[in-house]
Design a protein around this ligand. Structure first.
Ligand code: HEC
Length: 91
């Protein structure tokens, strides 16, 4: 009974991790060919700011993402920990 509960938590965490790393792969493949990763190293954690930025990128290249993907990518990018591979956190 407890084991089942634990198993569902483990599965849930695995799914969350898989979705998160997919997003990282997506950013790597979609966002780094016009400019370097340094463009992603903006200090703001404001999701609305990131939504506007990603929407603007779609404007430059409308095939970049489906518009419905914008909120998920923006929310992911707004977390500085996710951008750490490109933008080491400054002390
Ligand atoms: C078609 C080329 C192109 C692609 C692909 C692209 N960008 Fe950009 N990006 C630009 C240009 C041009 C600028 C500078 C002008 C601007 O900020 O709108 C820029 C600027 C930015 C900025 C800086 C905004 C600021 O105000 O400092 C961010 C953040 C950004 N891009 C994120 C992304 C993300 C996230 C992706 C992937 C979804 C992406 N870009 C894909 C062309 C592109």
């Amino acid at each position: 009974m407890f084991g089942k509960w634990l198993a569902s938590i483990v599965i849930l965490l695995a799914v969350v991790a898989a979705v998160a790393s997919d997003m990282e792969a997506r950013v790597r493949s979609q966002c780094l060919h016009c400019h370097g990763a340094e463009k992603l190293c903006v200090e703001t954690t404001d999701v609305a700011w990131w939504e506007r930025a990603v929407a603007r990128m779609l404007w430059y290249d409308e095939g970049l993402l489906a518009p419905e993907e914008i909120p998920a990518m923006a929310a992911w990018l707004a977390d500085p920990a996710h951008r750490q591979p490109w933008c080491p956190l400054r002390p």
